[in-house]
Design a protein around this ligand. Structure first.
Ligand code: ADP
Length: 217
């Protein structure tokens, strides 16, 4: 579903390298529209995770632009980029990246609290999500007490809680059995049907086959 407007999220001639490091992206362009789930694939070390950080405004490209609703983000101050990130994006990091000092529930609530959403309503929705993904019993646990697959599903709950318009997920099914992976994939498609652009980094051919498009890095 590639429209002709500005696109929800666009990468325009992105180039990036870590300092020091070899170039990872050189003049890379793509667009991500509402309603689609796009798989990003490619060999390890090619820069897939880095691309998600660039698209998610956590890194700035060396040159080129990330455009959100047609607006160039590069020159925006850090504070504005952080606010746009919290308002627009949900992230599922590769290693789940849960804060080990807080309970699972507080981890899931993190972004909504940062945004100033109502805590009771957010907690009610967080419990419903944890239930849906089979990790509700772990709500009061600390991240160190849950398995890798549980952490991944908890990270997905955190990303979905804010009902993001753009969902960026890094290997979200990497530690999951096929049935759990199916539930995750369904959730990604559901978020797209709700009007989000969804970008998934994955090595899993079965997942790629069920995405709307594949971009190979
Ligand atoms: P992929 O997700 O495709 O495996 P990554 O984006 O994780 O690739 O990493 C791309 C390359 O950048 C790798 O060689 C990795 O070692 C390097 N890299 C990743 N993060 C950093 C960093 N913070 N500083 C320097 N090099 C990094």
């Amino acid at each position: 579903m590639t429209g002709s407007g500005p696109g929800l999220l666009r990468a325009d001639a992105l180039s990036f390298r870590y300092q020091p490091g070899t170039p990872l992206l050189e003049g890379w362009s793509a667009r991500f529209d509402a309603g689609e789930v796009v798989a990003v694939t490619g060999p390890s070390g090619r820069g897939k995770s880095t691309l998600l950080y660039l698209l998610g405004l956590m890194l700035r490209p060396v040159s080129g632009e990330v455009l959100l609703d047609g607006e160039a983000m590069h020159a925006r101050p850090d504070r504005e980029r952080a606010a746009r990130r919290a308002a627009t994006f949900g992230f599922v990091f590769q290693d789940a990246a849960l804060d080990s000092s807080r309970t699972v529930l507080d981890n899931v609530l993190e972004t909504t609290l940062y945004r100033g959403d109502d805590r009771r309503e957010s907690a009610r929705r967080a419990h419903a999500l944890l239930e849906r993904f089979g990790v509700a019993l772990r709500a009061e646990a600390r991240p160190g007490q849950v398995s890798g697959g549980q952490a991944q599903r908890i990270a997905l709950c955190r990303a979905l809680l804010g009902d993001p318009r753009i969902l960026l997920a890094d290997e979200p099914t990497g530690n999951l059995d096929p049935a759990s992976a199916d539930v995750v994939l369904e959730a990604l498609h559901e978020q797209a049907h709700r009007g989000a652009a969804v970008v998934v980094v994955t090595h899993d051919p079965a997942l790629v086959a069920r995405c709307d498009r594949e971009l190979v890095l």
